[in-house]
Design a protein around this ligand. Structure first.
Ligand code: NAD
Ligand code: UDP
Length: 336
C-alpha cells in the first residue's frame, strides 16, 4: 500500500515508518518539523534501505495538503501530527485546539476531495480522564480534563460525525497508553526538544548525565509502592498495532476504536529499577509532591485489539528500557 503519515518524522511516526517500509509498503510523510528533525527520516532510510517521500509542510495549509494527494498515490493515511504536551496545552489551549483540530479538518477535506477514505488516528488513553475501574476497556466513559486530551476527544467526535455522514469511510481510532522504548538498532528514538515531560525520556537523560536527578511526583497514591502506575508500551509494539489497524481497514470495518496497551501496570519506582538494570547506571531520584492533573493508575484492557486485530504487545519493561537506553547512549544529544 501507499501510506501517507502525517507527523511521520516524530517519535511514533518514525518507528511506524520503519515497520511499514520493512513490510513492503511505500511511505509519504508530511510534517512541519515543529517537534522533530528530518534526520529521523534519514535514519529510517538508513535502517530500511528504502526511500521516503517527504513534504515539510503544516497540515493546516489546506491547499498544500491537497497538492500532496494530487501528486501522490495514497491508499490510506496514518494521522500522527499533533502537539502533545499536557502542560503546554493548559498554558496555550488555543494553540493546541488550532493545531490539532485545524490540521485534522484540512487533512479530512483533502482526503474527501481525493477519494481517500482510510484513516488511522493517533488518539490517547488521556480521553478516559480518571477512570473509575481498571483495566480500561473501550466502552469506559470518556472525560479528559486538559486541553490536549479534549483536542483528542473532539477529533474522535469529528471523525465519528464524518463516518456517520458517509459510511464508505474506514477509520480506526487508536487510543495509545504510554509509548516508550526505541528501535533496537539505536538509530531512532524519542528526542524531546525541551525538558522532557514524560517519565522515560526524563529517566534516560538522568542516566546519560544530561539531567542530575529524577523528581518522582508523589509516593502517597493508593498503589503498591505509592507511586503512579501506567501501562508502558514499547513503541515497536505500537508501530505493529498500526500495521494491524491498516490491515483491518482493508476489510471495511467502518469506524472502530482500539486501546493499544499491554494490560500491565508499572509504577514509577519499578520503571526506575528496570532502567538501572538495563543501563548499569544509578538513577538518583527525589520524592516530591504530586503533579497536578495526574491520576494514580492507568492501564488498558487490550483484549478487544487482540480479538479484532490479532495484535498483542510482546515486549516487556526490560526490553523497553534496554532499547531506550541504547538510543540515549548512542545519541546523548538526540538527532542534533
Ligand atoms: P511527536 O511530537 O514526536 O510527533 C508528532 C509530529 O507531528 C512531529 O514530528 C511534529 O513536528 C508534527 N506536527 C505537529 N503539528 C503539526 C502540523 N500542524 N503539521 C504538520 N506536522 C505537525 O509525537 P509522538 O509521540 O510521535 O506522537 C504522535 C501522535 O500520537 C500525536 O498525535 C500524539 O498526540 C499521539 N500520542 C502520543 C503519545 C505519547 O506519549 N508519545 C501518547 C498518546 C498519543
Ligand atoms: N513522573 C514522575 N516524574 C517525571 C515524569 C513523570 O514521577 O519527571 C510520573 C508521573 O507522575 C506518572 C508517571 O511518571 O505517574 C508517568 O508520567 P508520564 O508523564 O510519562 O505519562 P502520563 O502521566 O501522561 O501517563
Amino acid at each position: 500500500m501507499n501510506i501517507l503519515l502525517t507527523g511521520g518524522a516524530g517519535y511514533i511516526g518514525s518507528h511506524t515508518c520503519v515497520m511499514l517500509l520493512e513490510q513492503g509498503h511505500d511511505v509519504v510523510v508530511v510534517d512541519n518539523l515543529c517537534n522533530s528533525k528530518v534526520e529521523s527520516l534519514k535514519r529510517v532510510e538508513k535502517i530500511t534501505g528504502k526511500k521516503i517521500i517527504f513534504y515539510q509542510q503544516d497540515l493546516s495549509n489546506a491547499a498544500g495538503v491537497d497538492e500532496i494527494f494530487k501528486h501522490q498515490l495514497i491508499d490510506a493515511v496514518i494521522h500522527f501530527a499533533g502537539l502533545k504536551s499536557v502542560a503546554e496545552s493548559v498554558d496555550q489551549p488555543l494553540r493546541y485546539y488550532q493545531n490539532n483540530i485545524d490540521g485534522t479538518l484540512a487533512l479530512c477535506d483533502a482526503m474527501l476531495a481525493n477519494g481517500v477514505k482510510n484513516l488511522v488516528f493517533s488518539s490517547s488513553a488521556t480521553v478516559y480522564g480518571n477512570p473509575e475501574t481498571m483495566p480500561i476497556n473501550e466502552n469506559a466513559p470518556v472525560g479528559p480534563f486538559n486541553p490536549y486530551g479534549r483536542s483528542k476527544l473532539f477529533i474522535e467526535e469529528i471523525l465519528t460525525d464524518l463516518y456517520a455522514s458517509d459510511k464508505s469511510w474506514n477509520i480506526a481510532l487508536l487510543r495509545y497508553f504510554n509509548p516508550v522504548g526505541a528501535h533496537p538498532g539505536g538509530l531512532i528514538g524519542e528526542d524531546p526538544s525541551d525538558l522532557p515531560n514524560n517519565l522515560m525520556p526524563y529517566v534516560s537523560q538522568v542516566a546519560v548525565g544530561k539531567l542530575s536527578e529524577l523528581k518522582v511526583f508523589g509516593d502517597d497514591y493508593e498503589t503498591p509502592d505509592g507511586t503512579g502506575v501506567r501501562d508502558y508500551i514499547h513503541v515497536m509494539d505500537l508501530a505493529e498495532g498500526h500495521l494491524k489497524a491498516l490491515e483491518k481497514l482493508q476489510a471495511g470495518p467502518g469506524l472502530v476504536t482500539y486501546n493499544l496497551g499491554t494490560g500491565r501496570g508499572c509504577s514509577v519506582l519499578e520503571m526506575v529499577a528496570a532502567f538501572e538494570k538495563a543501563s548499569g547506571r544509578q538513577i538518583p531520584y527525589q520524592i516530591v509532591g504530586r503533579r497536578q492533573g495526574d491520576i494514580p493508575t492507568c492501564y488498558a484492557d487490550p483484549s478487544f485489539a487482540e480479538k479484532e486485530l490479532g495484535w498483542t504487545a510482546s515486549r516487556g519493561i526490560d526490553e523497553m528500557c534496554a532499547d531506550a537506553w541504547r538510543w540515549q547512549h548512542m545519541n546523548p544529544k538526540g538527532y542534533l
